[in-house]
Ligand binder design. Structure first.
Ligand code: G3H
Length: 483
């Protein structure tokens, strides 16, 4: 029986401590990218319900902030345990809703459990400092400054579709440990997974109203949430376009943005090509390239380009393509529009003279992994983020040329450098304008205790457990004038 033949489940939102259907009486259909069926409906909330959620969070936050760190940590540790119990159900929801293969979906839940537990430990071990005034000319030892970290208030956490569980928890857990309330807005495609993970949090008996989960239409609640005077900090992961819009709307509100990327893999003449091939292929094509940190262009020294392409071709062709339920690496893209976009980039490159090494087949929103050689700077695929399974190879004559092309991008998330020369690796790492450089490895966010940041159009502010806690709290200075 097809999912459409069954009753489609209607999911409530979690507003002000209650699971509720919206007073709008409207819902939004969630369509599975690979079953092409409606697999559920979520609530289209009203602005009034947003107000109620923020007011409830504000009220609950004051009490929450008064709890000890240990007490807050107990709730979060219990959340991690509840998620662990629900691992299979949540991983299945992720697979059905965003088309991630089951193994990766399950790994996402495990990573989230680890992240929450680590966040608790990190928060327990963070502390303020004190300073005496006599360190400054003319200052007095009798002035003792006590510097503590205090919460910001209510954090708006906006998560993307590609990690609907992990990138939600990587905002919610530090926000709560820092003593904040949370308004969680999952990506619409990702809401069901979000609802399930918040179901696990609800079972911990979290104080009513402290966290609300908001679903709805961007046109109704998008800007309304961003500009809401009750929101004290925004942590957003998603597209650069939306991130820029948020930063224009959220005036004087602390904002952390994790946006797009065009991460280059810079391959030097002396690179270990086996290692390079393995990292480029998994970096570019896992989850069909729907990762901000995917390898999105190869800048290879012409002297080893033929050899690299000869190794990449069979490795790309060996990738499992198909349904996430069969554990495929390359799976249908999130929707048809996304596939059209990637196809447009491939067509443009081929029309302008790129060489098709493999791929360029399509079945609906499932695109075969596509490798394009001899890509030049006049082609869109050299600069635009596809968020799909296409990898352009740009041949360069020198390392300087590779660095120049790497830095010409508007993006600056991560870059990989493949070389066996440590001095050259550091020289390139120093020259590329990105948040992180991976030497002889693929770009990736984890391990989650590392700082994670992008520069230029790739983001603003730093995440990673420690930095997220910092970004969701502020310093408060109390000066003791002792005499
Ligand atoms: O899509 C953006 C994510 O932050 C990438 O995370 O490197 O663990 O896949 P990842």
């Amino acid at each position: 029986m097809k999912a459409n033949d069954q009753e489609v489940k209607v999911y409530p939102a979690y507003i002000a401590g209650e699971w509720r259907f919206s007073e709008s009486q409207e819902t939004i259909a969630i369509t599975s990218p690979w079953k092409a069926d409606v697999i559920g409906r979520v609530q289209a909330l009203t602005q009034d319900e947003v107000d109620q959620s923020i007011a409830a969070s504000k009220a609950a936050q004051r009490v929450w902030a008064d709890l000890s760190l240990g007490e807050r940590g107990d709730y979060l540790n219990q959340w991690a345990s509840e998620l662990e119990k629900d691992k299979e159900a949540i991983a299945t929801a992720v697979m059905n809703e965003v088309g991630k293969n089951y193994n990766d979906a399950e790994k996402e839940v495990t990573r989230t459990v680890d992240l929450i537990r680590y966040t608790v430990q990190e928060a327990l071990h963070m502390h303020g400092e004190s300073v005496r005034g006599d360190g400054f000319p003319g200052g007095s030892k009798d002035k003792l400054g006590i510097i503590e970290r205090v919460p910001l208030g209510v954090v708006l956490a906006i998560a993307p579709f590609n990690y609907p569980v992990n990138l939600a928890a990587s905002k919610i857990a530090p926000a709560l440990m820092a003593g904040n309330g949370v308004i969680f807005k999952p990506a619409t495609q990702g809401s069901i997974s979000g609802i399930k993970m918040i179901g696990a949090l609800d079972r911990t008996g979290l104080p009513a109203g402290l966290l609300s989960l908001i679903t709805g239409r961007g046109s109704v609640i998008g800007d309304y949430l961003t500009e809401h005077p009750g929101i004290n900090m925004i942590s957003f992961t998603g597209s650069t376009k939306t991130g820029k819009h948020l930063s224009q709307k959220s005036i004087m509100i602390p904002l952390v943005l994790e946006l797009g990327g065009k991460d280059p893999a810079i391959v030097c003449e002396d690179a270990d090509l086996d290692l390079t091939t393995q990292n480029i292929v998994s970096g570019a094509f896992s989850y069909s390239g729907q990762r901000c940190t995917a390898v999105k262009r190869v800048l290879v020294d012409d002297k080893v380009a033929d050899q690299l392409v000869a190794q990449l071709k069979p490795a790309v062709e060996a990738l499992a393509v198909g349904s996430p339920v069969d554990d495929s690496t390359v799976v249908p893209l999130i929707d048809e529009k996304a596939a059209d976009f990637v196809q447009g980039l491939i067509d443009d490159a081929l029309a302008k003279g790129a060489t098709l090494i493999t791929g360029n087949q399509r079945q609906g929103n499932l695109l075969a992994p596509t490798l394009l050689d001899n890509v030049t700077e006049d082609m869109d695929v050299a600069w635009i983020e596809p968020f799909g399974p296409v990898l352009p190879i740009i041949r360069v004559q020198t390392t300087d040329a590779a660095i120049a092309i790497a830095n010409k991008s508007n993006f600056g998330l991560q870059a990989s450098v493949f070389t066996q020369d440590i001095d050259k690796a550091l020289e390139i790492a120093n020259a590329v304008e990105v948040g992180t450089v991976q030497v002889n490895g693929r770009p990736e966010r984890g391990p989650d205790n590392f700082p994670f940041l992008g520069v230029k159009s790739s983001g603003m502010g730093t995440q990673g457990v420690h930095n997220s806690i910092l970004s969701m709290s502020r310093e408060k200075l109390t000066v003791m004038n002792l005499r």
